[in-house]
Design a protein around this ligand. Structure first.
Ligand SMILES: CCCCCCCCCCCCC/C=C/[C@@H](O)[C@H](CO)NC(=O)CCCCCCCCCCCCCCC
Ligand SMILES: Nc1ncnc2c1ncn2[C@@H]1O[C@H](COP(=O)(O)OP(=O)(O)OP(=O)(O)O)[C@@H](O)[C@H]1O
Ligand SMILES: [Ca+2]
Length: 566
């Protein structure tokens, strides 16, 4: 709980016809029920329906951080009634002979179960208009002094993501909150795939906005970052095709209103996939930096990734599921079962540059949470290193690259946990959102039974890496070359090592039933299929910023006192 600091206002106001001591400091709004106040009746409302019905009258002290106040609403004039969202009518006050405003409502963030946020409200009634005016203007002044809050947002809606509810979700749940908070918006409903990316790259007048909001899933978010990152590099004369180039961070924050099928970026940065919660994080101007991987092939830029780069199992699931888009989110489960039964493995070489000098390992019990110290520490360390950059920092000449050859069911690089409703702890539970690294997970060829054990552990407390055929490395860069793309000298080495004279006879040997196991899989890059299999990946620490704060640890206090959390 924040310390209140110097009080700006302290008054006796009424909430639901009960006297409260209400105080405002720069950081907190507090209302505390007076122990006994039968004499305090500057007026007696004939009726006053509480505008704050969800919280029982616990008689304790309520505090709201000023940074989590959404807005202040001046209540209507004498004798007026107003219909609430739930259809009931409320009367603010009714007092003979007076014609003045004396009630104001504070809208604020209330925490509910499972990281959800709701917009709660409390109405205060003042004994006189001058005091009322002071309260309304003081709270508004405090809100205006929070410079991190966005005032103008550019919103892109994918009407076809997830269950095709994007437009409806935005109009019903998000737009009314933005309006209440005084946030202006320019809304664009996309007309085709890559519409938002191309609009951001070339046309959007970014100077007019404080942030970009994406209504859709991970694929739509990917469009937004591609447009924004590309535009930022071109505006700053940085060549995005060069894999060794340090990229410029965009000044705009990105907000995600989840309306897709997996929504893992939203889930892993907020803790839940709930449009109202995300809208509130945007309104209060939260900020969460995030790592971005650039993916190149032969020194040509392919794509950026923030969540999963997956070859083998997740690449095949995605390829198969694209043909089933009409099914909506269920396509992934069906393709998942199919690809599990197909049980393809792929050969290739993975080289990686281990993350050195940084804090944290992929097997840590501690997770990346709101205000993560690991991300802060590693972020500072890597930006210092970038300042003193010498070419040997990331290059092959430092001799730290390690190489692994083998047959893999899956090669996954998780730049963050990839937590999502299917797997609430994610592909790499201890991965960090903004530490400048990605967790490279190698699942070697094993039996179906063992692979199922590994997959099942994504949904339980058991460690999915604690298996002999699974290894995980925290890396800054990695490369992958499928076996049949290997250079002649590598192939010769292979032949000598394995004594195999006929390379292609190997393809079907382990699949006598079908006789046609493919030699290549595809890379699943945040839900998009890459056009190349040989790739070079580099992590760019904290390249983008989201309107989010990471997953909050629930406090005991919140759990016990918040009726909405029970
Ligand atoms: C037995 C149950 C095991 C459940 C194991 C669940 C592990 C789930 C891990 C999910 C990781 C998601 C990573 C996020 C990737 C996003 O950038 C991307 C874009 O949205 N989403 C996908 O590629 C979408 C990927 C969706 C992958 C779904 C995989 C489903 C596997 C089902 C295996 C069933 C075996 C059944 C045996 C009888
Ligand atoms: N108007 C549009 N018509 C068709 N496709 C679009 C349109 N706008 C965006 N897209 C594309 O739709 C694809 C899927 O979108 P989105 O990510 O929103 O949903 P999803 O794939 O269901 O969810 P997730 O990515 O979370 O699994 C994206 O690749 C995006 O480029
Ligand atoms: Ca990371």
């Amino acid at each position: 709980m924040e310390r209140p600091g110097r009080l700006l206002l302290l008054s006796e106001l009424r909430v639901r016809n009960t006297a409260y001591d209400v105080s405002l400091s720069r950081s907190l709004l507090t209302w505390k029920r007076r122990i006994s106040s039968p004499v305090y009746h500057p007026f007696r409302p004939r009726f006053c329906v509480p505008s704050f019905p969800r919280r029982p009258d616990s008689g304790v002290c309520h505090s709201v951080s000023v940074s989590e106040i959404i807005s202040v609403r001046e209540e209507e004039e004498e004798n007026s009634s107003r219909q609430r969202d739930d259809g009931s009518w409320k009367k603010i006050k009714e007092r003979e002979g007076k014609d003045c405003r004396q009630a104001f409502t504070v809208l604020y963030v209330e925490r509910c179960r499972q990281h959800r946020w709701r917009c709660a409200e409390v109405t205060f009634t003042c004994p006189e208009e001058a005091l009322y005016q002071r309260w309304v203007s003081s709270i508004r002044e405090q809100l205006a002094s929070i410079t991190s809050r966005p005032k103008h947002l550019l919103v892109y809606i994918n009407p076809y993501g997830g269950k095709r509810q994007g437009k409806h979700i935005y109009e019903q749940k998000v737009a009314p909150l933005f309006a209440q908070a005084g946030v202006s918006t320019h809304v664009i409903v996309t007309e085709y795939a890559n519409y938002a990316r191309d609009h951001l790259r070339t046309e959007a007048e970014l100077k007019k906005f404080d942030g970009v909001v994406c209504v859709g899933g991970d694929g739509m978010f990917s469009e937004i970052i591609h447009g924004l990152i590309w535009r930022t590099q071109i505006d700053g004369s940085v060549d995005p095709n060069c894999p060794d180039q340090t990229l410029l961070p965009s000044s705009l924050h990105i907000g995600i209103i989840p309306a897709g099928s997996t929504d893992c970026i939203c889930f892993a940065t907020v803790g839940t996939n709930d449009p109202v919660t995300s809208a509130l994080h945007i309104i209060v101007g939260d900020s969460q930096p995030m790592d971005v991987c650039s993916v190149h092939h032969n020194n040509t830029f392919l794509r950026y990734s923030v969540s999963l780069l997956g070859y083998g199992f997740y690449g095949d699931v995605l390829t198969d599921s694209e043909r089933k888009r009409w099914m909506g989110p269920a396509r992934y489960d069906l393709s998942g079962v199919k690809m599990f039964l197909t049980h393809h493995y792929y050969e290739g070489t993975v080289s990686y540059l281990p993350a050195r000098g940084i804090v944290g390992t992929p097997r840590d019990a501690a997770k990346c949470r709101s205000g993560c110290v690991v991300c802060q520490h590693n972020g500072q360390l890597l930006s210092k290193r970038a300042e003193n950059y010498t070419m040997d920092e990331d290059s092959e000449s430092d001799g730290e690259w390690r190489t692994i050859r083998g047959k893999f069911l899956a090669i996954n690089a998780a730049s963050m946990s990839c937590a999502c409703p299917r797997s609430p702890k994610g592909l790499s539970p201890a991965a960090h959102l903004a530490d400048g690294t990605t967790d490279l997970i190698l699942v070697r060829k094993c039996s179906r039974f063992d692979f199922l054990r590994h997959l099942l552990r994504h949904t339980s407390k058991d460690d999915q890496f604690d298996l002999t055929f699974v290894e995980v490395h925290r890396v800054r860069r990695f490369r992958f070359t499928p076996r049949y793309c290997q250079s002649d000298s590598d192939l010769e080495l292979d032949l000598r090592e394995n004594g195999k004279r006929q390379i292609f006879s190997q393809i079907c040997r382990d699949h006598p039933a079908c006789g046609c196991a493919p030699a290549y899989s595809s890379w699943n890059c945040d839900g998009e299929i890459l056009t190349h299999t040989a790739i070079d990946v580099r992590v760019h620490c904290q390249l983008i910023k989201l309107f989010a704060r990471g997953i909050e640890e629930p406090t005991v206090f919140e759990d016990l006192t918040n009726p909405c959390a029970i």
